[in-house]
Design a protein around this ligand. Structure first.
Ligand SMILES: Cc1cc2nc3c(=O)[nH]c(=O)nc-3n(C[C@H](O)[C@H](O)[C@H](O)COP(=O)(O)O)c2cc1C
Length: 224
């Protein structure tokens, strides 16, 4: 049975479109695959700590050289990384805030992008200096944004630091099988919103039905 980790980052609860997409994912997954081993990480209730000086010092030491204080500084980072390592499939629901991701999600990313845990230096390749360590995983980025035109070649593409950033970060830590589904225009044009939401639901269903998550080799693909 595949292990799924569902992460949510929206400050909104019942009105949240990104949370709606993670719920649709779970529902469709269960309908298509039956049983599911699902873990949840809601970043808005667990108070993600910021990286501190003690965190940086502890993370740069070898495991066996760390003191109790070092281990304590890395405690939450260790929990988050363990959850990621345990998962075959990661489902991340996130809004666009100020053309990027919510601060709480950035804080989470700072906790999980950790040298010799999720990536290591690739000294032999100056043009490709990072080697991701989280291999054989699939990531679903289920996103919501108030405006429109953030896709490739569209008028607001240059303002999109949301999916572009998330895709880059997760590729750097070794996850190349990424499927991005976004609902655009949540704050504008309510008539078109219904259609956009429906399309996003269908896209999620299609991706799960096609069982692309079984493709464990790097297979970068984005769907908007
Ligand atoms: C603090 C804040 C900042 C936002 N910034 C942007 C933005 O830069 N661009 C955009 O298109 N929408 C922006 N929005 C709109 C949200 O992306 C939109 O409401 C989205 O649906 C939020 O995700 P959710 O429905 O999962 O809560 C912002 C909303 C909030 C609350």
């Amino acid at each position: 049975m595949k292990k799924i980790l569902v992460i949510n980052a929206s400050a909104r609860s019942s009105e949240s479109k990104s949370r709606e997409l993670t719920e649709v994912f779970i529902k469709q997954w269960k309908m298509i695959n039956g049983e599911a081993d699902i873990n949840f990480r809601d970043l808005t209730i667990s108070e993600v700590p910021f990286v501190t000086e003690s965190w940086i010092e502890a993370a740069s030491k070898k495991k066996e050289q760390r003191s109790e204080a070092d281990n304590s500084a890395l405690k939450i980072s260790d929990v988050y990384i363990k959850e990621l390592k345990n998962a075959d499939i990661i489902v991340l629901g996130s809004p666009m805030y100020n053309w990027s991701v919510p601060a709480i999600l950035k804080a989470y990313i700072d906790q999980i992008v950790r040298v010799n845990e999720t990536w290591k230096f690739n000294h032999d390749h100056p043009t490709n200096p990072y080697k991701g360590l989280l291999e054989h995983k699939t990531l679903f980025l289920l996103l919501a944004r108030g405006g429109t035109g953030y896709g490739k070649g569209e008028s607001n593409e240059h303002m999109n630091f949301q999916n572009t950033y998330l895709e880059l970060v997760f590729q750097l830590i070794g996850i190349h099988n990424i499927h991005t589904v976004a609902i655009d225009g949540v704050s504008v044009d309510p008539e078109k919103l219904c259609q956009r939401v429906e399309t996003a639901h269908k896209t999620i269903k299609k991706i799960i039905t096609n069982k692309v998550y079984k493709n464990i080799k790097p297979n970068y693909e984005s769907q908007q």
